[in-house]
Design a binder for this molecule. Sequence first.
Ligand code: ZN
Length: 81
Amino acid sequence: MTDDLARGLEAGGRFRCDGCGNVTRFDVVATTRTRRFHHFDLGGDRRVEEEEILEQTIESVTCRWCGRADAVHVESAPAGA
Ligand SMILES: [Zn+2]
């Protein structure tokens, strides 16, 4: 189930709530392991210039419209959207 939900974050996939039909707004709780390139300048400013996701586990996807977390599934995004 959680593996399927991860596809909703990838290109070509999207979430749909069967409870209310929402396809645009969701709260996603995930555990993510990343590698980041942090660039620090001599003045102390810093920014992340690259980020690679090494591992990601989607814990829950909750519909922002009706609040259900048990009715969200992944479907193919419409072509060209
Ligand atoms: Zn909903």
